[in-house]
Design a protein around this ligand. Structure first.
Ligand code: NBG
Length: 855
């Protein structure tokens, strides 16, 4: 083994003055700062891009960073040393990017998001730094396997699902496109819970992702920001002007933790700044000395709870006080950070709209609007109207939902208690807005009340989506259909009043993580066929179109799918002890468990297939064998979702052990679906299930990842499915179910699910079989919550779409029996999905919302 302790100096490569840093309060030393020692002015250098250089750097990290020789190092030591080595390589670029941003006059994007579902960092950063091969070789030189080290990384699960993953894709794209952006969020000590199953029931385990150390963050406790809460407001005389000041009753510190966001092989490294809460005083020494230890640290525990844990809710906000604390905490830190640390001291706040656009990722950060008003009016002493004019230009709002219950609302009582000054400001914004409306619609008090930011019923509360719409320069939905419904159904009064405010930007996904990294086999085939360049210019995938009829290419494409399936089989065997059959269509439904997404409809299809085989209605030789894979977490307090998980597991247990369907059906539900598992599952899939009730899924982004990896979609006309189908073509997409207007019509007529059940014998047999306790060890009660709800409530109309779904699945079977046709369609899905790159989404945000020139 190479146990180096004598390490030569690394040669210089690329230079950056050492007083420019993205990591620290860049104004702290000022432009005239001259360090005493000449070394401090020297360049920050990247180690050489060679296997030797990498080995040296890695061993240095192991020896001097981890404090162990290679021969005695643990896998965790090795992983941490490797991660730090990669960080070193990116560091000079980070400094360089920060310097460049500071010198240029460009407008910045401040992406405000309570969630970032980042996924593992190591592979991505190696790729971005163009070090993948060098690092693998270097580890080999040290007698290590890089694949093993990579599995040591615990993914930062600082998000719930689509919304958080979207934020991660967006910052990746902005770095790759060299757009000035800083992502702001919360450094949760515990991310999304780890899911396990006990007797088929979901059990949640805290996600202690920081336990073994986190090499990707750079904390800056010295740059902590104070955030205030509670108390009251008072007026005072400021040399003849009456002003308001907030007298808060408690505070916490926000400590910035910086993360690198490297662009793909372009030398750019942007910053993601996550805030951790810390008590302003560690403990009360007097109380401690008196012996009451618990009491002495109470304030600390209380303060630090703010960034303790991510709310595990998806699509439904929890109206909890701690959640509002989290929201205000991170936006207050972020605004202050930008105004006081990122902007020069002599900066004129009237120029703010030229310097920053704050993009509000859903309503979670909307409290930033009154916060900016407070900073401008109370602290910087601007006139209200001036401050409002500035504020209106600095924010834009993205809505991510269509479920009315998911639109965030805070009671006036709570907001007044936690943020009294903000409540006053919201009232003033609302007063001005309502006065404006009364001028526009004289006598129409009903409309005015409808549009009020402050609702009176069922309790007096602040509608955060309305506040965002009133203050935001733009409001966007996340897919064409969603933006249309947002305009026409969710915010119709607002879109009538401000038609030009409303726009659409269809979501996208980063091809770096979800094609290049997740699917190296396909990536190689694409590069071998059309050359490099597509990874940062996905439109080039269109060139694959001409290979869709090339037998040799189709053969190679199928080999890629097979290899990916083998990779998945190996992973699930080792990760979950699940044995997947060797050959079968891989039918995948992965997403959060939610009634509107209709995992229960998928379950009905599985049980129908099972029933048809065991009853002899379908002969085994006529069956297209399928492997069904689910991945889904349920919010811990969402009973129906948890009952659905249990039922899926029950069906899986029965189907997998029934000799009558052996080789024909297999149902797998690996626990703890996350980004890391998605990266293995999606490339292996043949069929992508996107079966939400039309008009409920805002966009979906899993649907895009599947299409880009050559799975065919079975889906409703919902969210981005609509656009995917338009791009890939009707022949390469299995559409089923009611359209959104048909859903609305049925709803208006009155929908009776039990009638659908009575009238459809196949559905009846399916439901009866589940209700009989067949899958729940004879226990009918265990099956009933889901079945009973479908029969007598079925809010998301699974039964209404059942037959259409079953028919579409029959078309899937028939098509899969034609391997060439299927492969051709799969290739066309890849070739025609370039639009769903998040790079394209970012260009759309730049031109439609941010007024930033796409380079
Ligand atoms: C989710 C939607 C998805 C959408 C993502 C990203 C929330 C509130 N919304 O359809 O349900 O793809 O946001 O836009 O999580």
């Amino acid at each position: 083994m190479n146990d180096l302790t004598q390490l030569p100096d690394a040669p210089a490569q690329g230079a950056t003055p050492a007083d420019e840093s993205p990591n620290t309060n860049i104004r702290r030393m000022g432009p005239s700062f001259k360090p005493a020692h000449s070394l401090a002015l020297g360049p920050v250098v990247s180690p050489p891009h060679t296997v030797d250089g990498f080995v040296r750097e890695f061993l240095r990290e192991l020896n001097f960073g981890q404090g162990v020789p290679l021969s005695r190092s643990s896998v965790n030591d090795q992983y941490l040393a490797l991660a730090h080595t990669v960080r070193h390589y990116l560091m000079a670029r980070w400094l360089e990017t920060a310097k460049k941003r500071r010198k240029s006059n460009e407008k910045m994007v401040g992406y405000l998001s309570a969630e970032y579902l980042l996924g593992r960092q190591l592979g991505n950063d190696l790729l971005a730094a163009d070090l993948t091969d060098i690092a693998a070789e270097a580890m080999k030189v040290c007698g290590l396997d890089i694949a093993t080290l990579r599995t040591q990384e615990v993914e930062p699960g600082l998000g719930n699902g689509g919304l958080g993953r979207l934020a991660a894709c967006f910052i990746d794209s902005l770095a790759t496109m060299d757009v000035s952006c800083i992502g702001y969020g919360i450094r949760y000590e515990y991310g999304i819970f780890k899911q396990t199953f006990v007797d088929g029931h979901q059990v949640e385990i805290p996600d202690s992702w920081l336990t073994l150390g986190n090499p990707w963050e750079v904390p800056h406790p010295e740059a902590a920001v104070e955030v205030h809460f509670g108390g009251h407001t008072e007026t005072y005389d400021d040399e003849g002007t009456e002003r308001v000041r907030w007298v808060p009753s408690w505070n916490v510190l926000g400590v910035p933790y910086n993360y690198m966001v490297p662009g793909y092989k372009n030398g750019v490294v942007n910053t993601l700044r996550l805030w951790g809460a810390q008590a302003t005083q560690a403990f009360d020494l007097e109380i401690f000395n008196a012996g009451d230890y618990a009491q002495a640290v109470r304030a600390q525990t209380f303060a630090e709870n703010i960034s303790k844990v991510l709310y595990p809710e998806d699509s439904t906000p929890q109206g909890k006080e701690l959640r509002l604390q989290q929201q205000y905490f991170f936006v207050a830190c972020s605004l202050r950070d930008f105004l006081e640390h990122t902007m020069p001291e002599d900066f004129d706040v009237h120029d703010l709209p030229k310097k920053i656009i704050w993009q509000l990722n859903d309503t979670h950060p909307v409290i930033a609007i009154p916060e900016l008003m407070r900073l401008l009016v109370d602290e910087r002493k601007l006139e209200w109207d001036d401050a409002w004019a500035i504020t209106q230009k600095c924010f834009a709002y993205t809505c991510h939902t269509l479920l009315p219950e998911a639109l965030e609302v805070w009671s006036v009582e709570l907001m007044g208690r936690l943020l009294p000054r903000h409540l006053e400001i919201i009232y003033r914004i609302n007063d001005d807005f309502l006065a404006q409306l009364r001028k526009e619609y004289p006598g129409d008090e009903v409309r005015v009340r409808r549009m009020s930011i402050v609702a009176e019923h069922p309790e007096r509360s602040v509608r955060m989506a309305y506040l965002a719409t009133v203050a935001g320069s733009k409001v966007n939905g996340v897919a064409e259909l969603h933006s249309e419904l947002l305009r026409d159904k969710v915010l119709p009064d607002f879109s009538e009043y401000w038609p030009e405010k409303f726009t659409n930007v269809t979501n996208g996904v980063t091809p770096r993580r979800f094609v290049r990294l997740a699917n190296p086999n396909l990536s190689k085939l694409i590069t071998d066929t059309i050359g490099v360049g597509w990874v940062a210019d996905l439109d080039r995938l269109g060139e694959l179109e001409s290979y869709a009829d090339d037998p040799e290419f189709l053969e190679a494409f199928r080999a890629v799918k097979d290899a990916n399936k083998t990779r998945l089989r190996n992973l699930l065997r080792q990760r979950d002890g699940i044995e997947l059959p060797e050959t079968a269509m891989l039918d995948v439904m992965v997403k959060r468990l939610h009634e509107y997404k209709r995992q229960s409809l998928k379950l009905l299809h599985i049980v129908t297939m099972y029933e048809q085989i065991i009853s002899g209605a379908v002969k085994p030789e006529d069956v297209t064998p399928r492997t069904f894979v689910f991945g889904a977490k349920a919010a811990p307090g969402y009973r129906m979702a948890k009952q659905t998980i249990h039922l899926i597991n029950s069906v899986a247990a029965k189907v997998n052990s029934d000799e009558r369907v052996k080789g024909l059906m297999c149902v797998a539900f690996p626990a703890n679906y996350n980004v890391t598992l998605a990266e293995k599952l999606i490339p292996a899939a043949d069929l992508s299930e996107q079966i939400s009730l039309a008009g409920k899924e805002a966009s979906g982004t899993g649907n895009m990842k599947f299409a880009l990896n050559g799975a065919l979609t079975i889906g409703t006309d919902d969210g981005a499915n609509v656009e995917i189908r338009r791009f890939v073509g009707d022949d390469n997409f299995f559409l089923f179910g009611m359209s959104e207007p048909e859903v609305a019509e049925l709803q208006a007529q009155g929908y009776t699910p039990s009638k659908v059940y009575e009238e459809n014998p196949l559905l009846k047999r399916t439901i009866d079989l589940i209700a009989s306790g067949e899958f729940t060890d004879g226990n009918r009660d265990e099956a009933w919550p889901v079945v009973g709800d479908l029969l007598y409530n079925d809010r998301f109309m699974a039964l209404a779409d059942y037959q259409s779904y079953i028919d579409a699945q029959a078309r899937v079977d028939a098509y899969y029996a034609k391997p060439d046709a299927w492969a051709r369609s799969a290739v066309l899905n890849v070739a025609r999905s370039a639009y769903f790159s998040s790079d394209r989404s970012m260009r759309d945000y730049m031109s439609r919302i941010w007024d930033i020139n796409p380079l």
